[in-house]
Write a protein that binds this ligand. Structure first.
Ligand code: IYR
Length: 224
């Protein structure tokens, strides 16, 4: 080991250990019932969501594990209408390219049941756009580890928290996403990872029928 790596790990007795107030089965069936009803929503209401709620979502996401506990994420939470408009215009520009020639035939065929196209009205209608950035280096210039895994875990926890709060989300990935760093004037060590519109689903919100279907559990779970 290098001589400068002699920092000794300090341990404390596990504080504040969580125990479910109900049986594991009951806790899990309650959680599952909320999660199975989550849908990716593209038709949002413009009903406002208080800033404090969005802060709770970020706090929940920020509990995620990460490589060497580097917490290599940043959540830029946009409610300013002019900034949302800028993001929409830039995203739609990329999406026009995607749908007209970037995507191959198989991709367009796979997307057909979702009914998506280059119009991204939800980017101006949803009260909040949360852009998750990954830190390719920490702010102090030090290395980060398992970046996509870490930021993916935090993003998943953000979505779960939003669902528990009765909020609708979409995992939107306009590609490429470089414009998000530019519009939001983010520093060079941040790369956009995911754009998550957050709000309430519109009263007359519709969702794709095909995406209701889950593969059977035996297709996704192998017990050895
Ligand atoms: N980014 C495009 C296309 C798109 C791609 C996938 I993979 C999706 O699951 C959904 C959409 C768009 O947002 O329309």
């Amino acid at each position: 080991m290098h001589p400068e790596c002699v920092t000794v790990a300090e341990f404390v007795p596990f504080p504040d250990r969580y125990e479910p107030p109900v049986s594991p089965e009951e806790a899990l069936s309650t959680f599952h019932d909320a999660m199975r009803r989550r849908r990716s929503v593209r038709e949002f209401s413009d009903k406002p969501v208080p800033r404090e709620i969005i802060e709770w979502l970020v706090r929940c996401a920020h509990t995620a594990p990460s490589g060497a506990n580097k917490q290599p994420w940043r959540f830029v939470c946009v409610q300013n209408p002019a900034v949302k408009q800028k993001i929409r215009e830039a995203a739609e520009k990329e999406e026009r390219e995607f749908y007209s020639h970037r995507a191959n035939e198989e991709w367009l065929k796979d997307l057909a049941p979702l009914g998506t196209d280059e119009t991204k009205e939800f980017l101006t209608v949803a009260p909040w756009l949360v852009i998750v950035f990954q830190l390719v280096q920490d702010d102090d210039g030090s290395q980060v580890y398992y970046l996509k895994e870490s930021v993916g875990l935090a993003s998943g926890m953000f979505l779960a928290a939003a669902q528990l709060a009765g909020l609708a989300t979409l995992t939107h990935t306009p590609s490429p996403m470089k414009f998000l760093g530019e519009v939001l004037q983010r520093p060079d060590n941040e790369r956009a990872f995911l754009l998550i519109p957050v709000g309430y689903s519109a009263d007359d919100c519709r969702v794709p029928k095909k995406a209701l279907l889950r593969k059977p559990i035996d297709d996704v779970m192998i017990v050895v």
